[in-house]
Design a protein around this ligand. Structure first.
Ligand code: ADP
Ligand code: ADP
Length: 231
């Protein structure tokens, strides 16, 4: 079953005085349910632009995007925000946790936004923290946690809504290499449990943790192959 279908996706930015930059130039791609794909490319290749489209944070200039069988490329901003909250679990380089809230409360946040009752919220947040092996730290605030533990909280927050895809943007960018390896091992576990994962990175070593590596160069797909360990 296809989770993501992208057909001839273009994104062109207006730079004023009739200048334009095409950050994406006709990307076509399919990602199946339970795949683990890395989007790789040098700085300026169009990764962030692509991630913003896949993550329903922005709309393409041209082309079609189906997420979980819904055509999302033609939705307005409000509809896009609704789909985003339901279908996408974001993980960022900078963790983006609320400093004054406990791990448990940070993980509950997406459920507060969508109106889940409190008792169910707490149960689901605890379950998500169990899935990242961080139950014992649930009452700690971010500044009482290590970098790797903070990223685990952020991953639990991404999981708590049971999203269609986990979209991770340089998830190890702020971690030392040992902790980075632990976080990548956690993504492996999550894939084994059935999650669909899209990882965006400029680091070839990190991309190799995925099962499939898509290289973007100058807004086009330059290659699309199994990672070394799956060849
Ligand atoms: P990457 O994430 O791989 O570094 P980006 O998607 O950020 O690449 O950028 C791709 C190209 O699009 C670059 O040439 C960049 O300068 C341009 N670009 C990205 N965002 C904007 C924007 N908001 N306005 C104008 N140009 C942009
Ligand atoms: P709303 O417009 O409904 O308030 P937001 O734009 O605040 O929605 O964010 C909705 C979701 O999108 C949140 O889950 C948030 O994590 C994610 N999000 C918002 N801004 C960004 C961003 N710049 N990059 C990645 N994800 C974002």
């Amino acid at each position: 079953r296809d989770m993501i279908v992208v057909e001839d996706l273009w994104k062109t930015y207006d730079m004023g005085s009739e200048q334009q930059v095409s950050a994406l130039r006709g990307i076509s791609l399919r990602i199946k349910e339970n795949e683990y794909v890395a989007i790789m490319g040098p700085s300026g290749s169009g990764k962030s632009t692509f991630m913003n489209l896949i993550g329903c944070l922005d709309s393409p200039s041209k082309g079609k995007y189906w997420l979980n069988n819904q055509l999302v490329s033609e939705l307005d901003d409000d509809e896009l925000a609704r789909i985003r909250n339901k279908e996408i679990g974001f993980v960022f380089q900078t963790f983006n946790l609320l400093a004054r809230a406990t791990a448990l409360h940070n993980v509950e946040l997406p459920l507060i936004y969508n109106g889940t009752p409190a008792a169910e919220r707490i149960e689901r947040a605890k379950e998500a923290l169990r899935n990242v092996n961080l139950e014992t730290r649930m009452h700690h605030k971010p500044n009482e946690l290590s970098g790797g533990q903070r990223q685990r909280v952020a991953i639990a927050r991404a999981l708590v809504n049971s999203p269609s895809i986990i979209l991770a943007d340089e998830p190890t960018g702020n971690l030392d290499s040992k902790t980075g390896v632990e976080i990548m091992a956690l993504f492996d576990e999550l894939q084994a449990k059935g999650n669909t994962i899209v990882l965006v990175t400029h680091e070839p070593d990190i991309a190799e943790y995925a099962h499939r590596v898509v290289h973007i160069r100058d807004g086009e797909i330059a290659s699309d192959e199994p990672s070394k360990r799956f060849r």
